[in-house]
Design a protein around this ligand. Structure first.
Ligand SMILES: *Cc1c(COP(=O)(O)O)cnc(C)c1O
Length: 378
């Protein structure tokens, strides 16, 4: 089956009892057992297994071309659970432009538990090779990154990591691309993680995270951690995200179609110093982006000639683009990363340009969106 069909049907069968087409929201903490040690269909307790969550997990596994999926209460909970594979003294190499919350978890919290981190520019595999140590267990990759939309060659990163003696796991945060645009497991990655809060949910109404893979042993270890730590996704949020995923392909196509028109508008604008978009010819890694992604996605970053003041003025003046953190919903959002989502990176190597504006382009009418930006930039 093709992606569009899987997005609607994978993991979901009409209810065998009553024919309900949509997977019910199984709001239950526990399940009747037929005898001691005889749970029905393996369901005992909802931290461990829940039918609504299972439908979403199986759908995600199909979309990423993995064999298993696990869902968590947020993208950060999924990330934290992956890091629990490690033991004290072990090392992670991460991109130097990762999501601000990922950087905060690694640098501010997990260091206290004696895990070690190096941050490298993963767009050049040589930098990555230099950062690996004999203790490196994970290479943590984000592509495209947030908010600079840097693109790394997943295949090349995997080849480099696997040529290293201790063969670190390659984990790709696929939040920005979604499996519709890019499938890291097909390119050799060991694990994919998602903030489902963004494009997968797609309607800015749920927080959720996921881990997907195809190695059965890793799947067992992470399922054990999911249950032992307990940062699981609720049945209601599982339902909302399952529903969102059904329209993922058409939403992603429209996000990208709108984004490309807005990129052309911004590139031609006199007040705009620089526009960053993975599929624009000016992007340093446009070739790799076009090789590993189906389209350029819905995120655009740009720098105004007027710097921080102009960025803040613009972000506060739009009427359709809502001033808000987050991304990936049907509605367009605007933000200034240095003052909002990436405030915690101030003074670190990950600090971003104060004049940078980030757009999450929604699926509204693109002429309305361009008129809104035109008025706000002035
Ligand atoms: C939002 C985001 C996260 C964190 O996900 P939450 O659902 O907010 O916990 C991780 N990575 C990327 C790229 C994100 O955009």
């Amino acid at each position: 089956m093709q992606f569009e069909t899987l997005a609607i049907h994978a993991g979901q069968e009409p209810d065998p009892n009553n024919g309900a087409v949509m997977t019910p929201v199984y709001m239950t903490s526990t399940y009747k057992q037929d005898g001691i040690g005889k749970p029905r269909q393996g369901y005992e307790y909802s931290r461990t297994h829940n039918p609504t969550r299972k439908a979403l997990q199986d759908c995600l596994a199909a979309l990423e071309n993995g064999t298993w999926g696990l869902c968590f209460g947020s993208g950060m909970a999924a990330t934290d659970t992956v890091l629990r594979l490690l033991s004290s003294g072990e090392h992670v190499v991460a991109g130097n432009d990762v999501y601000g919350g990922t950087f905060r978890l690694f640098d501010k919290i997990l260091r206290r538990f004696n895990l070690d981190f190096a941050f490298a520019d993963t767009t050049d595999v040589e930098n990555l090779a230099d950062a690996l140590t004999p203790a490196t267990r994970i290479v943590w990759l984000e592509t495209p990154t947030n908010p600079l939309l840097a693109v790394s060659d997943i295949r090349a990163v995997v080849a480099m990591a696997k040529s290293h003696a201790n063969k670190p796991l390659v984990v790709v945060d696929n939040t920005f691309a979604t499996p519709y645009l890019q499938r890291p497991l097909d390119l050799g990655a060991d694990l994919v993680i998602h903030s489902m809060t963004k494009y997968l949910g797609g309607h800015s109404d749920a927080i959720g995270g996921a881990i997907i893979g195809n190695d059965p042993e890793l799947g067992q270890q992470l399922a054990y951690l999911q249950n032992a730590i307990g940062a699981v996704l609720s049945p209601m949020d599982s339902f909302l995200i399952l529903r969102g995923i059904k329209t993922l392909p058409i939403r992603m196509d429209r996000h990208a179609e709108n984004a490309e028109k807005i990129v052309n508008f911004l590139v031609a604008h006199k007040q705009v110093a620089r526009v960053i978009y993975p599929f624009h010819e000016s992007h340093p890694n446009v070739q790799i982006a076009k090789r590993q992604m189906r389209n350029g996605g819905g995120m655009i970053s740009f720098i105004l000639k007027g710097g921080a003041d102009a960025a803040i003025r613009t972000a506060e003046a739009t009427k359709i683009f809502t001033l808000a953190e987050s991304l990936g919903g049907v509605e367009s959002l605007i933000e200034v990363p240095a003052a909002m989502t990436h405030l915690s990176t101030k003074g670190s190597p990950l600090e971003v340009d104060a004049g940078l504006v980030r757009l999450s382009v929604g699926i509204e009418n693109v002429d309305d969106l361009i008129a809104d930006l035109e008025r706000a930039i002035g």
